[in-house]
Design a protein around this ligand. Structure first.
Ligand SMILES: N[C@@H](CCC(=O)N[C@@H](CS)C(=O)NCC(=O)O)C(=O)O
Length: 218
């Protein structure tokens, strides 16, 4: 199975269609912990986005920045309350859902006693499954997380669908999430990112992420 990462910022960069560069960060080889990468993101995490001589880290900040930088693409909801609800959902994705997934794949980071790892992994897998069911409920009767309007929340929600399939959760049971995932896969930006990812990996199974850069504004 290819270890592609369909990260939200990559999809949103393609949705926007403005020029950007991307650089592979080989997580399997620990490139994200190298001195060079730690200068980019001291947290040693992907993704990161360089803009105007600065580096933005954290999915929530990168996605919000991109939506605000290209307002004509309408990637945030209209209205400050709806916008805050969108940010609230993304904050929950980052603080709860993403960190729960990290416990599934990296239990050794969260307990030094190896005897605890199997339990930690299984417990986190159950919590992640509950998170996926909650996302499914969020999508019930809607095309996109925020309703009829596609926003930066959607590629982020799609990322977790992909992670759920990787750890072999029965994602097919989540009807609204499956329909949403199908809609995402039909978007030209998502097709493009999937093709780029396949090209980057060239058959390799290495876990990787990416560091992006947008050209400086004149
Ligand atoms: N809170 C961060 C989390 C980023 C994150 O955990 N990225 C993962 C890849 S999806 C990573 O860098 N993993 C490498 C590691 O933790 O060693 C964000 O939202 O950007």
């Amino acid at each position: 199975m290819a270890r592609r990462i369909l990260d939200g910022p990559h999809i949103v960069l393609e949705e926007i269609g403005a020029p950007y560069e991307r650089q592979l960060v080989n997580l399997a080889q620990g490139e994200h912990k190298s001195d060079a990468y730690l200068k980019i993101n001291p947290h040693g995490k992907v993704p990161a986005l360089a803009v105007d001589g600065m580096v933005l880290t954290e999915n929530v900040a990168i996605l919000t920045y991109l939506a605000r930088r290209f307002p004509e693409k309408r990637l945030l909801p209209d209205g400050i309350v709806e916008e805050a609800r969108c940010l609230s959902t993304m904050a929950w994705f980052a603080s709860a859902v993403h960190t729960t997934f990290a416990h599934v794949i990296r239990p050794e980071r969260f307990a030094t006693d190896s005897a605890a790892h199997v339990n930690l992994k299984e417990t986190a897998r159950d919590i992640f499954w509950d998170n996926c069911k909650e996302i499914n409920r969020l999508l019930d009767g809607k095309s996109w997380i925020m309703g009829a309007h596609y926003t930066v929340c959607d590629p982020y929600a799609f990322f977790f669908y992909d992670l759920g399939t990787r750890i072999k959760l029965p994602m097919h049971e989540l009807a609204a999430y499956v329909a949403f995932s199908t809609r995402m896969l039909e978007r030209p930006a998502v097709c493009k990112v999937r093709a780029l990812e396949e090209d980057i990996l060239k058959g390799s199974n290495a876990w990787h992420g990416q560091y992006y850069a947008q050209p400086r504004r004149a």
